[in-house]
Ligand binder design. Structure first.
Ligand SMILES: [Zn+2]
Length: 225
């Protein structure tokens, strides 16, 4: 069997675990790897984070640790685009499943946090947009988009407060009268999501929530983890 066909067979017929290549009974990750994934606790800290980020709801699923970090790095930095769909399946469902298709009487629009133009050029794709396409289809959401007007690669060097201020003007988004559901892969300080949420409200959004795959500790929290 040639390399290409073996690759297809592994992923679509045998469906081996994407991480350890062990038998996974058709799932993306096997039971062993899945048990290694740590859920993010439902605590008051999360409610505070939602408030800090100017969000009506913040839905988080996992902690950013092994094996999820490995999967995301392979997808984002090693160009394994085939991971977009299985990763989208790991995201938590939207917070309004009880009212399918409507929030406050309007149809929610899914807006993935956009990558910078420089990042898109470097990688050749906007990694969250690809995931959002699968997520929107799965939950029947309208897919919207935001644009990052300038490269914010220097963000990492700024402090928390400066990052928020610097980011606020970066996003270009149109969502008048909409309920917006922001999609992001990893939340750390929440500065990016907060800035996009503020921008959505400035542009007329009625309700702004976020679904995030994983939470990473902020740099100043690492020491106490
Ligand atoms: Zn595995």
């Amino acid at each position: 069997m040639s390399g290409v066909y073996r690759h297809i067979a592994q992923h679509f017929i045998m469906q081996d675990c994407w991480l350890c290549r062990g038998f996974s009974r058709g799932a993306m990750v096997c039971g062993f790897c899945r048990r290694a994934m740590r859920l993010c606790p439902q605590d008051t800290d999360r409610a505070m984070l939602a408030e800090e980020c100017n969000l009506n709801a913040l839905i988080l699923r996992y902690r950013y640790s092994f094996p999820l970090d490995t999967l995301l790095k392979r997808y984002k930095y090693q160009g394994e685009l085939i991971l977009a769909k299985p990763l989208a399946a790991l995201f938590p469902p939207p917070p309004f499943q009880q009212q399918p298709g409507m929030v406050l009487g309007v149809r929610p629009v899914l807006i993935p946090v956009p990558a910078s133009v420089a990042r898109i050029k470097q990688r050749g794709y906007d990694h969250l947009h690809l995931i959002a396409q699968h997520y929107a289809k799965r939950f029947q959401l309208e897919l919207g988009y935001a644009r990052r007007k300038q490269d914010s690669a220097s963000q990492a060097k700024l402090g928390r407060r400066d990052r928020k201020r610097n980011l606020a003007e970066v996003f270009d988004v149109a969502c008048p009268g909409k309920a917006v559901l922001i999609l992001d892969d990893v939340i750390t300080t929440g500065a990016t999501i907060s800035a996009l949420a503020v921008r959505c409200r400035d542009q007329g959004a009625k309700w702004v929530g976020a679904v995030v795959l994983a939470r990473a500790p902020a740099p100043n929290e690492v020491a106490v983890q």
